[in-house]
Each structure stands twice: as structure tokens, then as C-alpha cells.
Design a binder for this molecule. Structure first.
Ligand code: CP3
Length: 403
């Protein structure tokens, strides 16, 4: 399926952005940077907007979800927006009883930990999501309408990253009925009843894959699969009981391709690229037509040092690394040709600036061994983070230039 000519990738607005280039393995003038959980409680403008609105209601209000997505882009000048939503939103949209409790996370009215409970879920057709996902489509469209106006002289606008939870991470919440430390219910079910486990994973894969596809079709320029809790698994269990479902989830976006068409939609004034003396718009217009590329995909989890190669192996462009494994070591594990994303320890955001600055430079230095690097944290922004520190990190990464 070829994305519409108005899609920011097809129109050329984001196809040569720092972020998309990096996910393709190409370096730009400097290292692109965004932060997991950049939208949210670290921002006073977020806290103001959310007063009186529950988390999932905010996710399903297109104007509010879009505004929250844009807040950190305006404030920090990051190289990407990440769609404000949650990994449990597709479950909510097909009628599963779930809420997000502040300070706790997703909580279900029951745990789906045996074959009978799993059968209740799989009785719901995941394709039903396509009939209920209009608020997602509208929120993404509103968001990219503003992001497209951020186009610089080079004609590059800030891309939006779509995301979904990987089947295992969703199953970790579903089986337990809520957050847990070691995801025992999920790890037990995969061995106690492999048939029920497989049914749960296949259902979750299709549902979350469709959620991701909706975001990309509506205008997201990249897709990140969050398998946050995969680090709880042995490599053997990951490969046998989890990786096939994650690959299936991604199959819902792998067939989406874009083609940069000559003469772009809403393109800004021509700009002469000092590097090659070419007018960028003209260069794009003369690009051979018929060249298509798949939408770039990132795969991330926490504590996944032992799984990095397997997580890269399910067919992704870029591997996200948490803060436990230095990027040069991660690169050796996933393979020298794979771009990396990460991996500043979020705890460092609370350190004195000279300590933080040295840590940022160290991440950039180690990330230089990969073909391309997208600077990020090793996990989400802690809610108590001073947002001015995040802005300063963005400036530092940008000023550091290409390695
Ligand atoms: O800026 C962004 O990264 C975009 C939005 C985003 C949210 N959740 C918003 C959110 C993303 C990408 C997620 C994904 C998500 N949700 C994951 C995978 C990423 C990760 O952190 O590992 C997971 C595991 C969840 C489940 C979840 N939702 C948890 C554990 C929590 C935290 C509960 C809490 O209050 O501490 C949530 C709620 C949530 N999702 C918040 C936000 C901004 C906080 C809700 C609030 O502000 O009241």
C-alpha cells in the first residue's frame, strides 16, 4: 500500500528530516533527539490542560491529544513529536474495561490469565478497531497539520512518531489485570497453556498492529513498538513465545510504503543546499519516481541487554536501547549496520549540569559507532524533571553536530 501523496513522507516534508534519515541509517548535520514521555507531567502546560480529565479521556479527545503531543515540540524543539496516547488505548476502543490510575498505570476490571478469560478477549474481532479509531485518526491529522508548518528553509518539517505496545507488554498487563513487578502471570501462562498464550498473543498482535497502522495512515512518519517489559524474559522464551507475535504486529505497517513525488504538497520556498549547491526542491522533484521505501520502525524495551539482537531480528530499522548497555556495546550485539536510539539514564536529568553534560557527550560518543543515532533517554522522562533541563539537553545535542 502506497501512502497518499499528502502524507508528510510522500510529500517530502519529513522524508529527509534528521529523524527519518537516522532511522534509515543516514547521518545529518547533527544528531536528532526526542524523549520518551516528552509529553506529560514534566510540563506545567500539560498539568494545566489535564485538570479534570482522566488519562484515557484525554487520549480520545482529538483536540486535547493533539495539543499535548505538540507541547514538547514547541517547547524543546525536539526532532520529533510522539503521539500522545497509551498502549492500552486500542483495548479501550474495542470495549475492554480498562482505566489508567495515576501513579500506577493501566488497570483492568479482571485478569485474563487462563484459557476461558483469553477466550473472552479473542471473541472480540480486532478489526472492530477500524470502526472505532476515528478519534485517533483525527488527533494525528490535527497534529501533523501543525507539525507541517514547522518546515525549515530546507523544507523539512518535524515528523510525528506513532507507537503501539508490543503483544507481550500488553499481555503482561492483561494477564495480571494491572501493573506488576515481574510479570509472573504472563510468564506462567506461556508455559502452563501455550495454546491460550498463542491465542492471546495473536489477538493482541492484530489489535495493536491495527492501532499502529491507523496512526501511520493518518500521517505519522515512523512507528515505534514498545516492548517495555520484554526484559523480564529469557532469550529462549522471547524467541519462542513472543518475537513471532511482535513480528505479526509490525506486519500491519511493513506493507505501508511512501514514494517521494516531484513537486511537493505545501512545500516552502526553494532552498539551496550548501553541501551540493542543489536546490533541494528541485533535487526532490528529479528523484527517480517509482522509488518506494517502507515507513521506518523502531523497537524498544527496558532491561533488554540479552535480547537486543533478537529484538533487532524481527525486522525493524532501528533498535532502542535502555540505559544499562552502552551504545557501542549494544551496536556490537545488534550488528554494525543497525541504527540505534537512546540511551541517557533518566536519573542523570536530576544531576548538576556539568555531570549531565558529560553524560550526554558520552552517549553521543558511544553512539557514533552506529551508522546513525537518535538521541533519547534509556526510558521515559521522570514526571518531576525540570523541563528547562530537557530543553538544554536538546540544545547541547544539536550544537554537538555530527560525530
Ligand atoms: O511522550 C510520550 O512518550 C507519548 C505518550 C505515551 C504515554 N504512554 C502517555 C502516558 C507513550 C508512548 C506511552 C506508552 C506506554 N504506556 C508504555 C510504553 C512506554 C514505557 O513507558 O515503557 C507503557 C508501559 C504504558 C502504560 C502506562 N501508562 C504506565 C506505566 C503509565 C504511568 C502511570 C503513572 O501515572 O505513573 C501510564 C500512564 C501514562 N501514559 C501517562 C502518560 C503521559 C501518565 C498519565 C498522567 O499524566 O496522568
Amino acid at each position: 500500500v502506497i501512502l497518499s501523496p499528502q502524507h508528510p513522507l510522500s510529500s517530502g516534508l519529513t522524508s529527509d528530516s534528521r529523524l527519518v534519515r537516522a532511522y534509515r541509517g543516514e547521518r545529518s548535520d547533527t544528531t536528532p533527539v526526542w524523549f520518551m514521555r516528552q509529553a506529560g507531567r514534566s510540563l506545567p502546560e500539560y498539568r494545566d490542560l489535564r485538570v479534570g480529565t482522566r488519562m484515557l479521556d484525554a487520549c480520545l479527545d482529538p483536540a486535547m491529544a493533539s495539543e499535548i503531543t505538540l507541547q514538547p515540540v514547541r517547547r524543546h524543539k525536539v526532532d520529533a513529536g510522539i503521539f500522545f496516547s497509551d498502549i492500552v488505548v486500542p483495548l479501550k476502543l474495542v470495549g475492554v474495561d480498562v482505566e489508567i490510575q495515576p501513579g500506577r498505570g493501566p488497570v483492568f476490571s479482571k485478569g485474563y490469565a487462563d484459557a476461558a478469560a483469553v477466550a473472552e478477549l479473542t471473541a472480540i474481532d480486532p478489526a472492530h478497531l477500524d470502526e472505532t479509531s476515528a478519534p485517533i485518526t483525527e488527533a494525528v491529522q490535527r497534529t501533523i497539520a501543525e507539525l507541517n508548518t514547522t518546515a525549515t528553509g530546507e523544507g523539512r518539517a518535524t515528523p510525528l512518531i506513532g507507537f503501539a505496545g508490543a503483544p507481550f507488554t500488553l499481555a503482561a498487563y492483561l494477564t495480571e489485570g494491572g501493573p506488576s513487578k515481574d510479570h509472573l502471570a504472563a510468564r506462567a501462562l506461556m508455559h502452563a497453556d501455550p495454546g491460550a498464550w498463542r491465542a492471546l498473543m495473536e489477538w493482541t498482535a492484530e489489535l495493536t498492529g491495527r492501532f499502529l497502522r491507523t496512526q501511520v495512515l493518518a500521517g505519522a512518519s515512523a512507528a515505534q513498538l514498545f516492548d517495555s517489559w520484554a526484559g523480564a524474559l529469557s532469550l529462549a522464551d522471547y524467541e519462542a513465545h513472543v518475537a513471532p507475535a511482535s513480528a505479526r504486529a509490525l506486519s500491519f505497517v511493513h506493507d505501508l510504503e511512501y514514494e517521494v513525488v516531484g513537486g511537493r504538497v505545501g512545500a516552502p520556498a526553494p532552498y539551496r543546499d550548501p553541501a551540493n549547491g542543489l536546490d533541494t526542491l528541485a533535487a526532490l522533484a528529479t528523484r527517480p519516481t517509482g522509488t518506494t521505501r517502507a515507513v521506518p520502525v523502531v523497537h524498544f524495551g527496558v532491561g533488554t541487554g540479552e535480547l537486543l539482537a533478537a529484538m533487532g531480528g524481527i525486522g525493524v530499522d532501528t533498535v532502542g536501547v535502555d540505559y544499562r548497555v552502552p551504545l557501542d556495546v549494544a551496536s556490537a550485539r545488534v550488528g554494525a549496520g543497525v541504527p540505534l536510539q537512546g540511551n541517557l539514564d533518566p536519573a542523570l536529568l536530576a544531576a548538576p549540569w556539568p555531570v549531565l553534560e558529560a553524560a550526554v557527550r558520552e552517549v553521543l560518543r558511544r553512539g557514533a559507532v552506529a551508522p546513525a543515532h537518535v538521541f533519547n533517554l534509556g526510558h521515559g522522562v521522570p514526571p518531576e524533571t525540570d523541563p528547562t533541563v530537557l530543553t538544554r539537553v536538546v540544545e547541547l545535542v544539536h550544537e554537538a553536530g555530527a560525530p
